[in-house]
Ligand binder design. Structure first.
Ligand code: G6P
Length: 599
């Protein structure tokens, strides 16, 4: 969702900002813009569509002998929430007097009230966005305050909702001010200047030295340095952090898409994540009588897989809830409940809200997060990091696999603590986990086969994924992956449910992907496959061989509970190649965002 970058320093801000925005494209956007402060006025260029369109516009101004440049500027990629994607609705937004420019990530929930109040004072709005109230309100307060710092604090005190904000003012051409609440913002420090940004990749070319801004903290950036304050205007000290991963690890490395690169990285990611599980914080599971896993999207699907694993190994009942539902359901939890939050970004608005609900009810919160320094990582009681590195493709692959692995490892650890498995069983389960990276590697031998089969699937209107037990759990992820990037309608069903309705949709030229790794349920899923095959469906079988299948991708042997780590790789490759054969924008699928930081 929306990406922010701001720069103040010795270099020309425009190319730095545009390049930074490109590194934030993965967040999802439908328009982009840049504003620089030069000679006491703002030069602003905003364009609907991809960054390439913005670049053309920037070049046009250069050809017309009015190039935009300056030593401080702010840029933004907008993912439309209030108002359609358009040049007018794109950020940065300016107030009527063109004194203050702002970029915003988040949602201002009371914007109707603020807008009406400002309009009653004669202020005319240029866009349909919630964000425009911010520069308009800022200019209104600035008249009395005459000082950007005090104005920003006053504006923030009137805003309800979530925001990461960057401000510039024509009267202070040596300063950018940033503030945030419930949306991420980092501050980068380089030799030639300083940055604000939504995420590290935007600044990594220039620096690996960053500060993570916390809620209700202000950063005042000049080209010489940065000072931090709280909203009572007290100076605060923050520790600078060094980013240890390189830009290279966030680049495509020869693959056509980030998604394929990230799929192929999985053996290494699994190894790194396993190594990291050795330094997980201690959690005493015996203190709890309930486990609730809550998350969104694929992270939720990881939770559905984990429920089978925890219940089987720990013999403890586990509930899995969508975070968007959990947060409003007045969950029955207390200090004896362990709420596990799963999130790649650590910034998903609903998952953050679910975490805060859980804490308020006295439960303990354990998060499985990929992004160090994210809100969930900072606020939860116990944090377990996945070692997936930066994930750029919107549709998650490697972070999902890393989440599964951390959940497996946690389940084994809890089962041992609860004396539900013997030390020998624990050892053998851990050995199975350690063997997974090589088994995923071995699966890549089927890549070409999957690619060819996927090429023949682009004409399907609907694709169904079926499985039983843990295979059903991973079918959910297979179906989500396919619809996210190929735009083909798909659904996942528990094999046993087919006869209760879905079988009515099966006709000639329907594809059914049958996942069948549970030996003890093989005959059951086999009979489901026969039922759909006899109604004209084509079958892709993952795992066991079915006589009626038009293609079979076998999987290496592993413990039944860990098979999702293998089947998901086939499902990811299948979705990827269907979308690639359709020529779609795989890394940035339409309407989707990598990190859903608004409700
Ligand atoms: C978005 C992404 C998904 C992700 C979900 C949850 O929908 O496109 O890939 O699974 O958000 O994100 P999180 O960062 O909390 O894992």
């Amino acid at each position: 969702m929306c990406g922010i970058i701001g720069y103040i320093g010795n270099e020309d801000a425009v190319p730095i900002i545009v390049e930074g925005l490109k590194k934030l494209e993965y967040r999802g956007y439908d328009s982009a813009g840049v504003a620089v402060l030069n000679d006491g006025r703002f030069d602003v260029i905003k364009k609907k569509g991809r960054l390439a369109a913005l670049e053309v516009e920037i070049q046009n101004t250069a050809q017309n002998a009015t190039p935009i440049h300056g030593h401080l500027g702010i840029g933004h990629t907008r993912w439309a929430t209030h108002g359609e994607p358009s040049n007018e609705n794109a950020h940065p937004h300016l107030g009527n007097q063109e004194k203050i420019a702002v970029v915003h990530n988040g949602i201002i929930e009371n914007y109707h009230t603020l807008r009406a109040r400002l309009q009653s004072k004669g202020i005319v709005f240029q866009s349909e966005t919630d964000s425009e109230v911010i520069p308009q309100l800022a200019e209104y307060y600035y008249e009395a305050e005459n000082n950007l710092f005090d104005t920003v604090i006053k504006v923030a005190s009137r805003l309800e909702g979530s925001y990461a904000l960057g401000f510039m003012c024509v009267d202070t051409p040596d300063t950018i001010i940033a503030i945030k609440k419930d949306n991420p913002l980092i501050i980068g420090v380089s030799e030639h200047g300083n940055f604000i940004a939504s995420d590290i990749p935007a600044v990594l070319k220039h620096t690996n030295q960053v500060y993570y801004l916390n809620d209700n903290e202000l950063a005042v950036l000049t080209k010489e340095g940065i000072t931090f304050y709280d909203t009572d205007k007290e100076r605060i000290h923050k520790e600078i952090e060094t980013i240890t991963w390189s830009m290279e690890s966030a680049e495509k490395g020869g693959y056509e898409h980030f998604m394929l690169k990230e799929i192929m990285e999985q053996p290494m990611i699994l190894k790194n994540t396993l190594a990291k599980t050795l330094s997980q914080p201690p959690v005493d599971i015996t203190r709890f009588n309930r486990i609730i896993i809550t998350a969104c999207g694929s992270a939720y699907n990881a939770g559905v897989v984990a429920r089978y694993v925890f219940e089987k190994l720990c013999r403890t009942p586990v509930e899995v809830e969508l975070a968007s539902e959990f947060r409003y359901k007045d969950a029955i939890i207390d200090e004896k409940s362990l709420v596990i939050l799963v999130s790649q970004s650590g910034e998903t608005a609903d998952t953050i809200a679910a975490m805060r609900e859980a804490k308020a009810a006295g439960a303990s919160t354990l998060a499985i997060v990929n992004v160090v320094g994210s809100t969930i990582a900072k606020e939860c009681d116990y944090c377990f990091f996945t070692a997936a590195g930066p994930e750029i493709a919107v549709a998650t692959t490697k972070a999902f696999s890393a989440q599964l692995l951390v959940l497996y490892s946690l389940a084994i650890r809890f089962a041992a603590q609860l004396n539900k498995i013997s030390p020998a069983e624990e050892k053998s389960l851990r050995a199975e986990l350690e063997a997974l990276p090589d088994k995923v590697n071995a699966l890549f031998a089927h890549t070409e086969e999957i690619q060819k089969y996927a090429a023949s699937c682009i004409g399907y209107k609907s694709i169904f994924f079926i499985g039983r037990n843990i295979d059903y759990a991973i079918a959910l992820e297979g179906s989500l992956k396919l619809k996210e990037i190929s735009y083909i309608h798909s659904e996942a069903y528990a094999g046993g449910e087919l006869k209760h309705g879905t079988i009515a949709l099966i006709e000639e030229n329907t594809l059914v992907v049958a996942i069948s790794t549970c030996k003890r349920l093989e005959a059951k899923i086999m009979s489901n496959v026969e039922q759909v095959a006899s109604r004209g469906a084509n079958i892709l079988s993952i795992g066991a061989r079915h006589a009626t299948a038009s293609a079979v991708i076998p999987l290496p042997e592993t413990h039944e509970l860990f098979t999702p780590s293998l089947s998901v790789v086939v499902l990811q490759l299948f979705s990827y190649y269907v979308a690639a054969n359709k020529g779609l924008d795989i890394d940035k699928p339409r309407n989707l965002a990598k990190s859903v930081t608004v409700e």
